[in-house]
Design a binder for this molecule. Structure first.
Ligand code: CA
Length: 240
């Protein structure tokens, strides 16, 4: 089996080397580049399995690198995890909307970064971003079931009375637990299922959805300044 090849785009050498150290320890191969332009050259020469991308780079910024990789046919499928500084929420939102898979805020723990990498790699193996919309989703140890074909959501086997929009939002978030979605991504995903949806109405729908989910409502987490995600479900329902 070939080792997972990770391209680390980071101009702070110490951080880049720290990441490389942990990648190698996990049995992965880490290539380092210190600028955005070099990153694009490097990807063109040899496609990595994943890119860890700092947003603040000396020449070509991380968001531009992300945009170029996600716009080009040949590199679109390469997963990207952004490295961001605190307070860069609007850049995180832009990056996610450009197609980045995830982000980690500095200062980060290498352990968390490695977990995110494994998570992204696992999800990109068999699943494309277009999760089959007719697949049943079973979460929270089987206590939450989303059945798109019958259009039914149950918590502890009790069916919930959801609107089309609430159902669409839940299905979209639950399709990829742990991954943050921005409000615009949510709007795009449920487009057509609802007449008018704006950033603010997304919040209103989420509030209603959480209430209807009852004990499972905590699983829909707010990521401040960025959006929402379906939590991994370890803590949700614990006290139910
Ligand atoms: Ca930097």
């Amino acid at each position: 089996m070939t080792r997972t090849d990770v391209l680390v785009v980071e101009d702070e050498v110490e951080i880049a080397e720290l990441i490389q150290f942990h990648l190698e320890r996990e049995g992965m191969h880490g290539r380092l580049v210190h600028s955005g332009k070099l990153a694009l050259d490097m990807v063109r020469r040899s496609k990595p399995d994943l890119v860890i991308l700092d947003l603040m780079l000396p020449d070509l910024g991380g968001l531009d690198v992300c945009r170029r990789l996600k716009q080009a046919e040949g590199t679109r499928a390469i997963p990207i995890i952004m490295l961001t500084a605190k307070g860069e929420e609007s850049d995180i939102v832009s990056g996610l909307e450009l197609g980045a898979d995830d982000y980690v805020t500095k200062p980060f723990s290498p352990k968390i970064l490695m977990a995110r990498i494994r998570n992204v790699m696992r999800r990109n193996k068999g699943e494309s971003d277009d999760v089959d919309r007719s697949d049943r989703i079973v979460l929270l140890d089987g206590r939450l079931v989303i059945d798109p074909e019958r259009h039914v959501v149950t918590v502890d086997r009790e069916p919930l009375d959801l609107t089309l929009t609430e159902f669409g939002i839940l299905q979209y978030l639950a399709a990829r637990p742990g991954f943050v979605r921005t409000r615009d991504q949510i709007i795009a995903a449920v487009h057509g299922k609802s007449t008018v949806l704006s950033s603010r109405t997304v919040d209103v729908h989420i509030t209603a959805l959480r209430r209807k989910l009852g004990a499972a409502g905590d699983a829909i987490e707010t990521v401040r300044g960025v959006g929402y995600r379906f939590g991994e479900g370890r803590t949700a329902l614990a006290d139910a």
